[in-house]
Design a protein around this ligand. Structure first.
Ligand code: OGA
Ligand code: MN
Length: 302
């Protein structure tokens, strides 16, 4: 299922002299990870700024596969922020609120980690399983994409699962699809709650309403936009009927035929499209360290 894409980059005589570079061909290897979603991309070093041509190619690959993994990267904060910015707006504002000990203050970076220093968590989303969700679904303008870079990874567990919501939509029976096309759902988010059972659904938690089926602005494909963790109810529907339909759809889109499960290795940089995939996390032992660096990508007008 591998696709090899060769990009020719033409550089001027002057640049060539400056970089001492004779070889002007870069090779990107793209290998699909799963029929529904996900591809591995090698042949690019993300420590360096990319040419506009290569950046455009990577965006096209992203819109096609929705989840990309770039293994073996040695990137720092800056490199990851620059990569994320290829896809939209990256918030670089300081969020330390004056706390000099806050490791997450610098230029919008966040850590996903269970590591505690002096009893204090150094990151967010620390422990265990997380149900399927889409980052920012509780906001008026959800995040376009999320990037995660693996620094420390447990030996067992902690895999991230990605559900292809366009393939899940396409596989539904036609009558149900056109019924869903007309519906809207409400999504909620409670800080650090990771399962549907724990999630509070009242009006005091952050929430937003979105269409149940959304059209991707780049690929034009329709996707189911709902998730076990965040979707509280279908607007205007009786509680029981809404729960029944939602649970049917949660079970449907979490089937293995739509889900790529990613086993992390340090150096993996992943990006996923929150408009066409849901993601979830498997449980992992709490005594094993897990540390990933996270940048989200928003719409530029956010
Ligand atoms: C996230 C997230 C999953 C993981 O960063 O938004 O859901 O595997 N992470 O840690
Ligand atoms: Mn998430």
């Amino acid at each position: 299922m591998g696709v090899i894409i060769i990009v020719k980059i033409f550089i001027t005589q002057e640049t060539r002299k400056k970089w001492g570079m004779l070889n002007t061909i870069e090779k990107l290897n793209v290998v699909a990870e799963h029929p529904a979603v996900g591809a591995k991309v090698t042949g690019v070093d993300l420590r360096k700024p990319l040419s506009e041509k290569l950046a455009q190619l990577i965006r096209e690959i992203f819109f096609r596969y929705s989840v990309l993994c770039f293994p073996g990267q040695k990137i720092n904060d800056e490199d990851q922020a620059r990569f994320a910015a290829l896809f939209g707006f990256v918030d670089r504002n300081d969020r330390s609120k004056g706390d000099p000990d806050n490791k997450q203050s610098k230029r919008g970076v966040m850590y996903v980690s269970n590591i505690r220093e002096e009893g204090k968590l150094i990151g967010v989303l620390p422990d265990g399983e997380m149900h399927f969700h889409s980052d920012g679904a509780h906001r008026e303008k959800p995040y376009r994409a999320t990037t995660l870079f693996a620094i420390e990874i447990p030996i067992t567990g902690g895999e991230t699962k990605f559900a292809g919501m366009a393939a899940a939509y396409d596989a539904l029976e036609g009558g149900l699809r056109s019924r869903l096309d007309k519906l809207e759902a409400r999504h909620v988010f409670n800080y650090n709650k990771t399962t549907r059972g724990e999630m509070r659904h009242d009006n005091d938690v952050a929430h937003a309403v979105h269409p149940l089926v959304i059209i991707h602005p780049n690929s034009g494909r329709k996707s189911l936009y709902l998730s076990r963790l965040m979707t509280s109810n279908i607007v205007g529907m009786e509680h029981e009927e809404s729960e029944q339909l939602l649970n049917h759809l949660f079970d449907h889109c979490e089937k293995t035929q739509f889900v790529y499960e990613h086993k992390w290795a340090p150096g993996d940089l992943m990006i996923w499209d929150n408009r066409s995939v849901n993601h979830a996390r498997n449980d992992f032992p709490s005594n094993q360290r897990r540390l990933l660096r996270r940048y989200t990508v928003s719409d530029p007008d956010n």
